[in-house]
Ligand binder design. Structure first.
Ligand code: G4P
Length: 527
């Protein structure tokens, strides 16, 4: 273990933001960039994703323009207070796909942004489930405190109940909306006032042993202050205890209140986040070998492949999460799946305002590798002689389905070849009906279908007919449980590419009907 590697790794924080669309993910990301000096103006991240002229020459930006996918902001590395913070984007809205989930396999922590007017929304819950499966820490930011939202106690209760995780309020709002006075902050033992000039002394007021602000302040007479103080103190006495171990294992989420838009409470949140979130930790390979980030051997795995949708350029970017060692431009690595040597010469790192060639990178960092089709999602790469293979990435239960068939029967061959490769690559999931052998593809977001169709046409010259089947609940059963009577008008029986039987139910009603009828048959979902 070298000192240099230890120092570099220790200051890395790699995380993703999980939230429902419109909760404020973009706004809080921007605040991170602002605080770290990576951008000077708010509004930059969004503008870039949608309509920047600056990168007009880049093919990648072409895709972004066409599709509104923000490739440039896929990964951002910023320097915050001496920490190298890697923010991995988890696209929502229309560009939601399995890549969104896979990205969560490459982070060491998650920030959960909740709209305090709305509470826990469906996409947040789904993303939380994926994160929670990994047992990594989740830091909650209750956003939009500058608006009248729901009662803080109500929000925290709902969070615990709906997500099944304990919560620990790190600070407590003193009012909200127009009446927002500030934050009563027991963790930092201070009150953080909202409306003050830039003078730090009047912004943060220390609490004494009784949890009171000393001295004469007009706000001390308000019920908002006394109420917040009482609530917070009660929570600390009767609620969950602060337990760093539980936070690190994802059993307890620290909850911060604030407003991303006005920047209030944001720095308090970031400071605690870099302080409490873990640095990259060891990862076990398939042979239960612990790979420490400080190991000299360079290792990493591919968690996402972004295909270029410009027909003139078939190159793609494979996103690699570095697990150990030091990446140096031009190093040779082995691609574990094929045993072939690759020279990592054309790599890119993602900054807020540019893409730069990477010279050095360490455990926790993400690098992008230009690829012409050699790499697959889940691949391990390593330097040196010791063979390393990280466990396969999990598969996720698709929610949307389409029937597909080649448009031109003369082009069956290219259709099958394209299907096979895209499925191997993890771009989409394939199912077949039992007797008729119809092809059904499954995805978690619509974008996957579009990319699939586009790539089949442009990379394999195969045009397809796609017929939407809408959303279904996919449940796997054990092959020995299968009996022909189970198939009915309320479900569709298919098999996945490993020949495992899967029922596609129309809705929970149909699923429950099946459960009632076959109580001994276990229905399973993927992650
Ligand atoms: P997202 O990436 O999670 O989808 O959300 P985003 O940050 O784009 O925020 C969604 C909307 O919520 C934006 O308004 C944004 O300005 C607003 N917002 C974010 N944080 C706060 C906050 O702390 N307080 C208040 N009051 N609003 C907040 P918009 O009008 O939909 O978009 P825009 O046109 O202003 O960009």
């Amino acid at each position: 273990m070298s000192n240099h590697l230890e120092q570099e790794t220790k200051k890395r924080r790699t995380f993703a933001i999980i939230s429902h669309p419109d909760a404020g993910k973009t706004t809080i990301t921007e605040q991170f960039l602002l605080f770290s000096g990576a951008i000077r103006e708010a509004g930059t991240v969004k503008a870039k994703g949608k309509k920047s002229k600056k990168f007009a020459k880049s093919d990648w930006m072409e895709i972004e323009k066409q599709r509104g996918i923000s490739v440039t902001s896929s990964v951002m590395q910023v320097d915050y207070d001496g920490f190298q913070v890697n923010i991995l984007d988890t696209p929502g809205h229309e560009d939601f796909s399995e890549d969104t989930y896979r990205t969560l396999m490459a982070v060491d922590a998650a920030v959960m942004v909740v709209d305090s007017g709305k509470g826990i929304e469906p996409q947040t819950k789904r993303l939380f489930e994926v994160v929670s499966h990994r047992g990594i820490p989740v830091f909650t930011f209750m956003n939009k405190l500058d608006r009248d939202g729901r009662e803080p106690l109500d929000l925290v209760d709902e969070l615990e109940e709906v997500l099944g995780i304990d919560a620990y309020p790190m600070n407590w709002p003193m009012g909200m909306g127009k009446n927002l006075l500030g934050l009563y902050d027991l963790y930092n033992e201070r009150v953080e006032l909202r409306n003050t000039d830039d003078d730090e002394d009047s912004h943060y007021l220390p609490l004494n042993e009784d949890g009171e602000v000393e001295g004469d302040h007009a706000f001390k007479d308000s019920t908002i202050y006394t109420q917040a103080m009482e609530d917070a103190q009660l929570l600390h006495e009767a609620g969950n205890e602060f337990d760093l171990e539980a936070i690190k294992n994802g059993k307890l989420t620290p909850v911060f209140f604030g407003s991303a838009l006005t920047g209030f409470g944001v720095q308090t949140f970031f400071d605690a986040f870099v302080d409490l979130a873990p640095a990259p930790s060891a990862m076990e390979d398939e042979n239960e070998l612990e790979i420490e980030p400080t190991d000299e051997q360079f290792t990493g795995f591919i968690f996402k492949i972004q295909a270029n949708m410009n027909p003139a350029h078939r190159d793609r970017i494979a996103f690699i999460r570095i697990v150990s060692g030091e990446f140096e431009k031009g190093i040779n690595v082995t691609l574990e799946r094929t045993g072939k040597t690759l020279r990592l010469a054309h790599t890119t790192q993602f900054m807020a305002d540019s893409r730069e060639e990477v010279e050095h990178a360490y455990g926790g960092d993400i690098i992008g590798l230009y690829d012409t089709g050699n790499l697959q999602i889940g691949d391990t790469i390593y330097s040196g002689k010791r063979k390393v293979k990280f466990p396969d990435l999990p598969q996720f239960t698709p929610e949307l389905f389409m029937r597909v068939a080649p448009k031109n029967v003369m082009k069956q061959k290219s259709f099958h070849k394209g299907m096979e490769q895209l499925i191997q690559e993890g771009a989409i999931q394939l199912y077949k009906t039992y007797h008729t052998e119809e092809y059904i593809i499954g995805a978690v977001g619509h974008l996957q279908f579009e990319v699939f169709q586009y790539r089949l046409l442009h990379e394999y010259n195969a045009e397809v007919d796609m017929t939407p089947m809408g959303s279904k609940i996919a449940r796997w059963i054990k092959p020995e449980d299968l009996n022909p009577n189970m198939s009915s008008s309320r479900n569709l029986l298919v098999r996945d590419r490993f020949d495992r039987p899967v029922f596609l139910f129309e809705n929970t009603f149909a699923e429950n009907w099946f459960k009632d009828k076959y109580p001994d048959v276990e229905l399973e979902s993927l992650l």
